[in-house]
Design a binder for this molecule. Structure first.
Ligand code: S3P
Length: 184
């Protein structure tokens, strides 16, 4: 039996993948979205950590970013075969050409777009992000924003996540999916 047939009541026939920079709210909003739609939720970074038996910070420091990206692509490829679900992607996944191609083939993608102040406010709460542990985090984030914008724009839908509550962002995603005819 296919994954899709296993969830006959699902309002969507494929994974919903949330795209965007660190601090955009992908994990929190994704969890709420999954609950609202009765879908399973996966956080790609947590799945990578589980597969590697190491934290993201440790994977970067022990093996480097390139190895992290390889592991990330493999884990995401597996999650994309889970059928209808919500996947919170790490901020760099959709900026990686090979990983983005896989995601675009199998999921409906939503870019949670937020301004720099909102992102910095949210990431300042944790020190779990290796890319922000060296240098000036605000400058690093601004650079990533400029560098990744063209990739993020390739998401199927864009939802403004600036300053909005996670609940409001979740509802905006549901409305955008309905408007696009992807969610019944
Ligand atoms: C990264 C974002 C992180 C994590 C890793 C690299 C990035 O995920 O995958 O630290 O390149 O933007 P979040 O976006 O969930 O913080």
């Amino acid at each position: 039996m296919s994954q899709i047939a296993a969830q006959p009541d699902a309002r969507i026939d494929r994974p919903i993948a949330l795209v965007g920079l660190m601090g955009a709210g992908k994990t929190t909003v994704g969890r709420r979205l999954a609950r609202a739609l009765g879908l399973r939720f996966f956080d790609a970074d947590r799945e990578i950590e589980r597969a590697a038996d190491r934290s993201v910070v440790e994977i970067f420091s022990d093996f480097g970013e390139e190895a992290f990206r390889d592991g990330e692509r493999k884990v995401i490829a597996r999650l994309l075969d889970e059928g209808p679900c919500v996947i919170a992607l790490g901020g760099g996944a959709f900026a990686n050409d090979a990983t983005r191609a896989l995601i675009r083939e199998k999921a409906v993608t939503v870019w949670l777009k937020a301004d720099l102040d909102t992102l910095m406010e949210r990431v300042s709460r944790r020190e779990t992000r290796p890319l922000l542990l060296t240098g000036d985090p605000r400058q690093v984030m601004a650079d990533l924003m400029a560098k990744r914008e063209a990739a993020y724009r390739q998401a199927d839908l864009t939802v403004d996540a600036t300053s909005a509550s996670h609940q409001a962002t979740m509802k905006a995603i549901v409305a955008a999916l309905e408007d696009a005819g992807v969610l019944s």
